[in-house]
Design a protein around this ligand. Structure first.
Ligand SMILES: *[C@@H]1O[C@H](CO)[C@@H](O)[C@H](O)[C@H]1NC(C)=O
Ligand SMILES: *[C@@H]1O[C@H](CO)[C@@H](O)[C@H](O)[C@H]1NC(C)=O
Ligand SMILES: *[C@@H]1O[C@H](CO)[C@@H](O)[C@H](O)[C@H]1NC(C)=O
Ligand SMILES: *[C@@H]1O[C@H](CO)[C@@H](O)[C@H](O)[C@H]1NC(C)=O
Length: 370
């Protein structure tokens, strides 16, 4: 009896952790790195900007999702369109002025077709939000492809709205569905969730802050392991990490701990165990970087954005969840891309290899000291 009670307690503890209902239904997730974008104003997405790190080079991730039972295919985000002159003027101007620049690249529709994925086989595209670097070029998709957008997404179009970043061709011909989280009673790590297929394989999460309608996704890739598609909840791994629970599950490797003593500037970063010129990671209780909240912040609502990020961080601290952000530079080179699948991320130790990379001076995402 005592053993039974103990086992029941253990089972409850496991499921209570992030309260995801048990299911054997899964999806397969394949990631694309559509393009690499550079911006000379990193301060619009993260703070502090340490001198010498006045630019940021970010990947633009897109994801092919296949529902294993029905073989239905979905996309979560598309990266950006590659005919830059057809972007609405408010965006095109920023590319022309060099505020943003992008290496030449193939549109996601080309990458899919070259990879043997006919566009007609993709039933639905989900936009995490309506920024230009996520919505691709919808006019290249057949009108049979559905579009799903987050709650309250601003659908005002250029040219009626001169400053709009969307135009008619972003929606034309597609069946557009706006999500409504009011009807759901599921919450994971404090985030309202919609069970997209009704079988526990794929959830959409309401993560407001970055832009009105910003959503993320939780994909079950084996019955007990998950991938969180974190979109633009934040733009850099240093905005997620370190946090106390994360450090307890993923202790910083000794060599990096030693390296960061000298490499992380104590003029910009501090912790109770730090001394001038000797940073102590172990006693750091907040992430190294924060979401920008200056008037030019790329986040529509930085306060809401920080709360969404705190909730996503709950997944990051758990060894059954891999958080993949749209623009996490530290993942490039670690994350296997299409045609490889991310299903085996836990067994192949991708998370262990990835999570502390951002503080390694050899990693392009390092931006914490000279
Ligand atoms: C929607 O977007 C347009 C174009 O950028 C903008 O002018 C308008 O104020 C926005 N509406 C809301 C409710 O934010
Ligand atoms: C969808 O596209 C096809 C082929 O381009 C066209 O024949 C059809 O009229 C379109 N349907 C709608 C509802 O726009
Ligand atoms: C429109 O898209 C939604 C969401 O993908 C889907 O549930 C619905 O069946 C679609 N409607 C039509 C007419 O295709
Ligand atoms: C949540 O909603 C579902 C379907 O609407 C319902 O069956 C279930 O009992 C609800 N659960 C709770 C805890 O309210």
């Amino acid at each position: 009896m005592a053993t039974l009670l103990f086992l029941a307690f253990l089972a409850l503890r496991c499921t209570a952790r992030l309260t995801i209902p048990a299911s054997n239904a899964i999806v397969e997730v394949k990631a694309f790195n559509v393009a690499t974008m550079t911006t000379i104003i990193p301060g619009v997405v993260l703070q502090p900007v340490v001198p010498g790190h006045n630019t940021i080079r970010i990947p633009l991730h897109a994801f092919l999702i296949e529902h294993s039972a029905s073989k239905k295919r979905f996309m979560f985000d598309l990266g950006m369109r590659n005919d830059l002159l057809n972007l609405p003027p408010s965006v095109a101007r920023q590319l022309q002025s060099g505020v943003f620049s992008v290496d030449p690249f193939k549109d996601i529709t080309e990458l899919l077709e070259e990879g043997g994925v006919p566009l007609e086989s993709v039933e639905t595209i989900i936009w995490s939000h309506s920024h230009f670097d996520h919505i691709g070029d919808m006019s290249k998709w057949p009108n049979t492809t559905n579009l799903v957008i987050g709650p309250g997404t601003n659908r005002s179009l250029f040219p009626e709205f001169p400053d709009s970043t969307l135009r008619a061709s972003d929606f034309a011909g597609h069946n557009v569905t706006e999500l409504n989280f009011d009807k759901t009673n599921l919450t994971f790590s404090g985030l309202p969730a919609i069970d997209y297929f009704g079988d526990g394989s794929f959830y959409l999460l309401n993560t407001p802050g970055h832009r009105v309608g910003h959503i993320t996704a939780l994909a079950r890739v084996t019955p007990s392991t998950f991938i969180v598609l974190g979109a633009d909840t934040c733009h850099h791994a240093g905005q997620l990490r370190p946090r106390p629970k994360f450090q307890a599950t993923y202790p910083c490797p000794a060599d990096l701990l030693a390296q960061t003593r000298a490499s992380v500037s104590t003029d910009y970063f501090w912790s109770p165990g730090s001394h001038a010129g000797a940073f102590d990671m172990l006693s750091r209780e907040q992430p190294l970087l924060s979401i920008a909240d200056l008037p030019n912040s790329a986040d529509a609502d930085p306060v809401a954005g920080r709360v969404s990020l705190d909730k996503i961080a709950g997944f990051d601290a758990d060894e059954d969840f891999l958080v993949v952000l749209s623009h996490d530079e530290s993942l490039v080179g670690v994350l296997p891309y299409f045609p490889q699948s991310l299903t085996a991320w836990k067994g192949t130790r991708i998370k262990d290899k990835a999570v502390w990379g951002f503080v390694d001076q050899a990693n392009p995402a390092f931006r914490f000291g000279p």
